[in-house]
Design a protein around this ligand. Sequence first.
Ligand SMILES: *[C@@H]1O[C@H](CO)[C@@H](O)[C@H](O)[C@H]1NC(C)=O
Ligand SMILES: *[C@@H]1O[C@H](CO)[C@@H](O)[C@H](O)[C@H]1NC(C)=O
Length: 262
Amino acid sequence: MGCGGVLIVLLIAVAGARALIHYELMWPLANWTDAQKHCRKTFFDLVSLDRAELVDDFLGSPFFKKGAENADSPSTWEAAWIGLSRRHGSQEWVWSDTGDKLSNKNLEIRIPDEDKANNLCVVVNKFGDFYAKDCAEPFPFFCYHHIWRNYLVLTNMTWSHALSYCRERNGDMSSLLMDNQLQVARQRIQAAGRGDLAWIALRYVRRYWLWMNGDALEFQAWAGGQRPQCPAVGHYCGAVSSTMGHWVNLDCEQKLPFFCKC
Ligand SMILES: *[C@@H]1O[C@H](CO)[C@@H](O)[C@H](O)[C@H]1NC(C)=O
Ligand SMILES: *[C@@H]1O[C@H](CO)[C@@H](O)[C@H](O)[C@H]1NC(C)=O
């Protein structure tokens, strides 16, 4: 079960960003601010292309002429927002997902009416050209999220045994990096019908809660809205509760199902 062994892992590595990012063209039309809100709620963010290989990956997707040789012609849209803006009179282009400034030199943005709009946001057309538009204009928009490759293991194990299990299968324990992933995790636990809880990669180490797979702990969903500052002795491991929809800290020796990722 699970990752399907080394072969799949290698294939993913060869396929690069392509296999790991899901793009979606969203309707109806929205101004840039609303588009961003919508993407953050239902996906991860507006499409951000702060590395050259991401531009190639995105423009190679079936939405574009270049990637659509064998697909249905994406003729129903002309231009759509991506996550790049220059707002409130600023001269710097900024990415929606990281807040980083544009440094990708191969992304050329055409600015039709340079000095008219204070708030400029970027659309891409189906030929892969990038244009600045007034952020208040309505366009469809591109959202993205990272594909969450994970699976629920239904054998009850202590937290440490669960971690070893995942790592022995070329993977790691799963983290939950956004609400979307939390909701998917809840559904999987419920569907399995083996109790309410599953271990995730959360661990209390030297007074800090960390994702032990190296992910940054930004999105948080603790019971009571606060990370446990002084967990009871031994209660140093994190699980997700499907009925409550939040994280709890439990005795690491407790045996539970758990989430691994590839
Ligand atoms: C975006 O549209 C919403 C309504 O859909 C409106 O409330 C909001 O003011 C608009 N924002 C901008 C920056 O145009
Ligand atoms: C595993 O643990 C859960 C929660 O404690 C429990 O509901 C379930 O029956 C256990 N499964 C097995 C096979 O022991």
